[in-house]
Write a protein that binds this ligand. Structure first.
Ligand SMILES: NC(=O)c1ccc[n+]([C@@H]2O[C@H](COP(=O)([O-])OP(=O)(O)OC[C@H]3O[C@@H](n4cnc5c(N)ncnc54)[C@H](O)[C@@H]3O)[C@@H](O)[C@H]2O)c1
Length: 349
């Protein structure tokens, strides 16, 4: 049994679905079902006895203690977080609560459980983090590697940085067998349409404007979500304890390029009824405060040490993603309307 937190969110649900294809080991999936958590993502494993969903908060110490005692997990994979930078600017409180205090509670519960284990080497705690903890790069700077200093610039990245430091401290102070991954920007199926790629696809198909912050020349390093999931599985099985691994696919792209690529793929797969190009809907809007200019991941450590490689290029991953959104308009409809939340309330009344 492994304990996954945040497994109803974007990356967590992709991870759960992939894991159950690749492994026999069951999952207990703890998720608070915030606006970003979506049980629709897990419909295909709803009846799978290897997937146990628990509606709850990583900050709930009593619940965590009960879950560790009952399920005796061989590993924790911690995805649970508040994850949207814009939301962290308007309301940082939830980010502090979940990303810092929640991770602290989870570490404490894991430590208590692990301390009582007879075979201590039978457990590990994998903390999923972001490249945003490293701050921003200028055009000529080398990509972030595992030695790069932390310089977080948003409340989101600061809260993730704090959680990474706690995880590190639990290794050095208590010997808790931890490993941390810092990944670049993900995209792919089941991505809530507040983030750039699903937002652009959704707005384009709705005939709305496609907002791009500032000059659109901010660079992000993109990774298809399934490649992130395979990297996490690889680190879980072979990563060295106490180490951090940067995960990325060497796909630096300017936001404007990402949006025009999406428009071109949409022009091909679902042309506008009026014959015009989707790129006509692009609108530059006022930049986000503290907007980091460039992120880039040096992924040589995970490649050399663990033999991990991404399978998708940016172009192949983007095409798959657009196709997924075209094929799953009901999913988008559900997460953007109130009907999904009503359904959840009925399930867990
Ligand atoms: N999306 C990216 O590009 C990216 C890149 C690198 C790292 N990460 C990290 O990966 C993890 C997952 O990101 P995501 O994009 O899937 O996020 P997401 O916002 O889509 O999902 C987060 C999930 O955590 C759950 N959650 C939130 N607070 C919780 C709490 N207190 N207790 C239990 N569950 C809670 C939510 O309900 C949701 O299901 C995060 O830790 C994020 O920092 C994300």
């Amino acid at each position: 049994m492994i304990l996954v937190t945040g497994g109803a969110g974007f990356i967590g649900s992709n991870f759960v679905l992939d894991w159950l294809v690749q492994h026999d080991e069951p999952i207990v999936n703890l998720d608070a079902l915030t606006y970003a958590g979506n049980l629709n993502n897990l419909r295909s494993v709803e009846k799978d006895p290897r997937h146990i969903f628990v509606h709850g908060n990583i900050g709930d110490a009593a619940l965590l203690s009960d879950l560790f005692t009952r399920y005796k997990p061989s590993a924790v994979v911690n995805f649970a977080a508040e994850s949207h930078v814009d939301r962290s600017i308007h309301g940082p409180e939830d980010f502090i609560q979940t990303n810092i205090l929640g991770t602290f509670r989870l570490l404490e519960a894991a430590r208590a459980y692990w301390t009582g284990l007879e075979t201590k080497s039978d457990f590990r705690f994998l903390h999923v983090s972001t490249d945003e903890v490293f701050g921003t790069l200028d055009a000529d700077d080398p990509a972030f590697n595992e030695e790069t200093s932390y310089r977080p610039n948003s409340p989101y990245s600061a809260s993730k940085a704090a959680s990474d430091h706690l995880v590190r401290a639990y290794f050095h102070t208590y010997g808790l067998p931890v490993v941390t991954t810092n990944c670049s920007n993900n995209y792919g199926p089941l991505h809530f349409p507040e983030k750039l790629i699903p937002l652009v696809i959704h707005n384009a198909l709705q005939g709305r404007s496609l907002p791009i912050y500032g000059d659109g020349l901010q660079i992000r390093d993109w990774l298809y979500v399934k490649d992130h999931c395979s990297a996490i599985r690889r680190v879980l099985e072979a990563g060295r304890l106490g180490e951090t691994y940067n995960i990325g696919g060497w796909n630096e792209r300017a936001n404007l390029h990402v949006v025009t690529t999406l428009c071109a793929v949409l022009d091909e797969l679902q042309p506008r009824a009026d014959g015009k190009k989707y790129s006509e809907q692009i609108a530059l809007v006022t930049d986000r405060p503290g907007h980091d200019r460039r992120y880039a991941i040096d992924a040589r450590k995970i490649e050399a040490e663990l033999g991990w490689r991404p399978t998708e290029t940016f172009e192949s991953g983007i095409r798959k993603t657009v196709q997924w959104y075209l094929d799953n308009s009901d999913w988008v409809e559900n997460v953007t309307s109130g009907s999904y939340r009503n359904w959840v309330e009925k399930q867990y009344a």
